[in-house]
Design a protein around this ligand. Structure first.
Ligand code: ADP
Ligand code: MG
Length: 551
C-alpha cells in the first residue's frame, strides 16, 4: 500500500498541484492495485497524470504508447523540466542515441519511456531485461476503425496484455462513443478493465453554429469582439488554411497557417509562436492541436463542418483549458456537407463515416440545446438546457409555415424535382435569371408567388424543410431537391408545418446553379390525380393545382 501522503506529496513535488481533478485519484488507485483501466476523459481533463504519477510511485519502467513523435517530445520535455526521468524512442534517433537510452533504462534511471506503436520492436531487449510496472496506451481511439484517427499500427497492441498479464494496462482517450470504447477494450484484451468516463461537459465553452454566408467577414466580426485573444480556425483543406491566414493577415491580424504540408521546422515554429503568444491565430487543418498544451486558447472557429462529432468536440476542447469562458463558432454550409459526403463515400468504412457525418449535420441543424446533443453523443445526459449555446440563448420562434411550405413544395414539383435549392428559390421569387428564362420557368404557376420572402430566408426555410423530412437533397443528382412522402401530406392534406424564423443573417452559400438535362417523368400525372382525389379545384390556390396546362 502506498501512503496517502506519499501520493499527495508526489503530486505536489513533481507536478505542482495540491489536489486531484475528478477521477484522477480513482484511476491512480486502480492502477496501484494492479488493475487495468479504460479512461475516457475530455481533452484537457488531465489524463497524463493518471499514468505519470503511478510511474513515479512504482518500481520499474512505465511504457507509454503515443501516436505522434511531436506529441512524445513535448510530453518528455515537460516531464524532464519537472525533474521526472523520461525519454522516448523512435526511428528518427541514431543508433548511438538509442544506445544511451537503453543503457539508462537498464541502469534504472528512467521512469517513463514513450514509444510509437510502429517502434515496438525496439522494446524487445527492454522487455527481457527490465521490470515493466505499467503500460499506458494514450490516444487509444487510434486502435479502432470506428474512431476518427485510425492508426493501423495500433491494432498490433493486443499482444501487450497477453505478454504482460500481470502488469496493469491503462488505455486513455478523449474521444470514444460507446461502440469505440468496447472496440478499444476488446482489441487491447482488457475487457475486464475498470471503465472511467469523466464528464464531457465543458461548461466554460459557449457553443454557436452559424450559416456560413460570408465567412471571412463573419470571422472578422467575431474577432473584433475579442481583440488579441488566441484562437484556432480549423479548415478542411490545406489550401483554405493558407487563404484564410492570408486574408486575416491582410485585415491586420497576426495569423499563420498550419497543415501537414508545411515542413517540419515551419510547423514547429507556428506551434511554438502560438504557445508563446507570438502568433494570435492559427488557421489549421485537424493536424494541428493534438497534444498542444496551451491553456489560454480563447476561441475555436470551424470554418468548415467537421467530419464527425468526436473530431469537433476534441477540436473545440482545445479552447478554455484554463476554465475561463471561451467561445466556439461553427460555420454550417451545405457545400461542405456535399464535399464531406463524397469523402465519406470514398472511405473504406463508408457506412460508419456517413452515419457519423449525419450526426454532425443534425447537431449543426439542431433547434434544441446543442450541449445536450453533444453530450448525449458521448452517452451523457444533462437535465437542464445549458444556457450557453446559441439555441438556448436565442430559442427559435416557431410559426405556422404551412403555406410557405406548400409554395416551396409545389415549386419543387413543378420543376419536376429536377432543380437545386438555388433555382427553386429563383422561381419562387420570380427571378429573371437566364437559367429560369431559358427553361421557360416564368410560365410556371409558382413563378414569383413568394418574392416577399428574401433569398436567404427562403434558403433557411427550405433547408429546414429538408431537416424536417419534407424534402431531400439528392447528392448524387446534382443536389436536386426531391419530394418525400410527407411532402405530399403537406401539399394535399394540409398537414401543418411549423417553421422557425431566421435569426440574424442567414443560411448557406448559394449553391452553384448547374445546367441540367430535363427528364420526362410521370410526377405531374401522379400529383394531379392525388390532388383531384382530395379536393375540388375551385377550393384551392392555383399553385397547388397540378395538370399539364398549368406547367
Ligand atoms: P489530457 O491528456 O486529458 O488532454 P493533460 O494531461 O494534458 O490532459 O492535462 C491538461 C492540463 O491540465 C495540463 O496543463 C495539466 O498540467 C493540467 N492538470 C492535470 N491534472 C491537474 C490537477 N490535478 N490539477 C491542476 N491541473 C491539472
Ligand atoms: Mg493527453
Amino acid at each position: 500500500m502506498i501512503e496517502e501522503t506519499t501520493i499527495l506529496n508526489t503530486l505536489k513535488e513533481y507536478f505542482g498541484y495540491d489536489s486531484f481533478r475528478p477521477l484522477q485519484r480513482e484511476i491512480i488507485d486502480t492502477i496501484l492495485n494492479g488493475n487495468d483501466c479504460l479512461v475516457i476523459m475530455p481533452t484537457g481533463g488531465g489524463k497524463s497524470i493518471c499514468y505519470q504519477l503511478p510511474a513515479l510511485l512504482q518500481d520499474g519502467l512505465t511504457i507509454v504508447i503515443s501516436p505522434l513523435i511531436a506529441l512524445m517530445k513535448d510530453q518528455v520535455d515537460g516531464l524532464n523540466v519537472n525533474g521526472i526521468p523520461a525519454c522516448f524512442l523512435n526511428s528518427s534517433q541514431s543508433t548511438a542515441e538509442q544506445e544511451v537510452i537503453f543503457n539508462d533504462i537498464e541502469a534504472k534511471k528512467i521512469k517513463l519511456l514513450y514509444v510509437a506503436p510502429e517502434s515496438l520492436s525496439y522494446l524487445e531487449n527492454i522487455f527481457s531485461s527490465t521490470k515493466i510496472s505499467l503500460i499506458a496506451v494514450d490516444e487509444a481511439h487510434c486502435i479502432s476503425s470506428w474512431g476518427h484517427d485510425f492508426r493501423p499500427a495500433y491494432t498490433q497492441l493486443g499482444f501487450l496484455k497477453n505478454r504482460f498479464p500481470n502488469t496493469p494496462l491503462i488505455a486513455l482517450t478523449a474521444t470514444a462513443d460507446k461502440a469505440t470504447r468496447e472496440d478499444i477494450a476488446n482489441q487491447l484484451n482488457i475487457s475486464n478493465a475498470k471503465k472511467f468516463v469523466a464528464s464531457f461537459d465543458r461548461k466554460n465553452l459557449s457553443l454557436e453554429v452559424r450559416p456560413g454566408t460570408d465567412r471571412i467577414k463573419q470571422i472578422i466580426q467575431f474577432l473584433n469582439k475579442r481583440p488579441n485573444e488566441s484562437g484556432i480556425v480549423y479548415c478542411l483543406s490545406r489550401k483554405t488554411t493558407e487563404s484564410i491566414a492570408e486574408k486575416l493577415q491582410q485585415a491586420g491580424y497576426n495569423a499563420e497557417a498550419y497543415h501537414a504540408g508545411v515542413n517540419h521546422d515551419g510547423r514547429s515554429k507556428v506551434q511554438e509562436d502560438f504557445i508563446n503568444d507570438k502568433t494570435q491565430i492559427v488557421c489549421a487543418t485537424v493536424a494541428f492541436g493534438m497534444g498542444i498544451d496551451k491553456s489560454n486558447v480563447r476561441w475555436v472557429i470551424h470554418y468548415n463542418l467537421p467530419k464527425n462529432i468526436e473530431g469537433y468536440y476534441q477540436e473545440i476542447g482545445r479552447a478554455g483549458r484554463d476554465g475561463l469562458p471561451s467561445y466556439t463558432l461553427l460555420f454550417h454550409s451545405y457545400a461542405d456537407v456535399v464535399q464531406l459526403q463524397k469523402f465519406a463515400e470514398g472511405a473504406g468504412n463508408s457506412e460508419v463515416q456517413l452515419a457519423k457525418l449525419e450526426r454532425m449535420k443534425q447537431y449543426a441543424d439542431a433547434l434544441s440545446c446543442r450541449r445536450k446533443i453533444l453530450l448525449s453523443y458521448f452517452g451523457e445526459f444533462i437535465e437542464k438546457d445549458c444556457g450557453n449555446c446559441d439555441v438556448c440563448k436565442n430559442p427559435p420562434q416557431f410559426f405556422d409555415g404551412t403555406i410557405t411550405a406548400q409554395k416551396a413544395l409545389s415549386c419543387v414539383a413543378r420543376l419536376k424535382e429536377n432543380e437545386n435549392i438555388g433555382l427553386v428559390i429563383d422561381v419562387l421569387r420570380g427571378s429573371h435569371n437566364q437559367q429560369v428564362l431559358e427553361n421557360g420557368y416564368q410560365n410556371l404557376k409558382t413563378y414569383g408567388i413568394a418574392n416577399d420572402i428574401s433569398w436567404r430566408d427562403w434558403q433557411h426555410y427550405i433547408i429546414q424543410m429538408v431537416n424536417l423530412g419534407y424534402l431531400e437533397i439528392a447528392f448524387h443528382q446534382k443536389n436536386t431537391l426531391k419530394l418525400t412522402p410527407q411532402a405530399k401530406e403537406v401539399l394535399f392534406n394540409n398537414k401543418k408545418v411549423a417553421l422557425t424564423k431566421p435569426q440574424d443573417t442567414l443560411v448557406t452559400e448559394k449553391a452553384a446553379n448547374t445546367k441540367q438535362e430535363k427528364t420526362k417523368d410521370t410526377l405531374f400525372e401522379r400529383l394531379r390525380k392525388l390532388r383531384l382525389s382530395i379536393s375540388k379545384e375551385e377550393d384551392i390556390p392555383a399553385y397547388l393545382i397540378f395538370n399539364d396546362a398549368t406547367l
